[in-house]
Design a protein around this ligand. Sequence first.
Ligand code: DO4
Ligand code: MG
Length: 281
Amino acid sequence: MHIFRFSSQQGARLGVGIDGQRFDLSAAGPEVRDVSSWLAMRNPVAVVVDAVARVRDFPLADDVSLLAPIDTQEVWASGVTYLRSKVARMEESEEGGDFYDRVYAAERPELFFKATYSRVAGPGKPIRIRRDSAWNVPEPELALVLSSSGEIVGYTIGNDVSSRSIEGENPLYLPQAKVYDGCCALGPMIALNDGRQSVRGIQMTISRGGTTVFAGETSTAKMRRSAEELAAYLFRESTFAAGVFLLTGTGIVPPDDFTLHPGDVVSITIEGIGILQNPVA
Ligand code: DO4
Ligand code: MG
C-alpha cells in the first residue's frame, strides 16, 4: 500500500494506492486528513489499514497531481552510511577527511539537519544547486517516514542535493553545503511499512538534453547501519510531535568530474516505492 499527498479543490489531501487503484484517504476521517495528524497517531500503519475499508467509496483519478509527502515535518539526514560515500568524501576533503573514516566505524552515526518542509521539492518540481558552488551532486537516498513515537511507518525516496566543493573545503561548512532553498526532494509516495521488504535496490540516472550523462545503482543491503539504529539515534533527546523524515545516506556518487547543470533531470528509482524525478533549476 502507498500513501500519497495530492492537491484538490479543498487543498492538499492524503490518498492511498491499493493494487493500482487510488482512493481519497482523507475522506476516512480527521486522523488521516494530513501527514502531521497521521504521523501523530500512536500506530499510523494500523490507522491506514483500518481506514482502507472506508475509502472504497472515494476513488481518485489516476492523474491526480502529486505533492511532496510532507507538510510540517523536519527532514534529517544520515551521512557516511555506505563505503562509497566514505571513500568519495575522504577524496574530496582538503584536509584528508580521516573523520569520515572514524564516523563510518563509530557507534554513533552522523545525523544532520537537512531541510524544513518549505525547502523540499515534490515529484516533478525543480531542485536547486547553489550558485556559489562549482561542484554539485544529487544524493539518492532511502528516506524513512517516522511517526511521533519513532516507529518506521513507511519509506519514500529522498534526494540530498549537496555541494561537494563547499563540504570539501571545510567540514564546518557542511550546513551550507546541505541546507539551502530547493536542497531536497521527496516522493513520489510513501510505501507503507508492512514489515516485509528489508532490502531495496536504488538506481539513479541523470539526463542532459535527452542524453543520459550518469547512471548508477546500489542496494540498501550495502548500508553499514540499520534503519532502526538511525531512527533510534535521531529520537535520542529530540521529540517530533508531527513525525519526521530521515534520509539514510547515499551509496551512489558520480565521478569527481561530474557536476549538475541547470536543466539536468535527476531520476531516482527505489524498488517498491517508485520513481522520483526532478529537473534542476
Ligand atoms: O558527511 C557528510 C554528508 C554525508 C552524506 O550526506 C551521505 O553520506 O549521504
Ligand atoms: Mg547524503
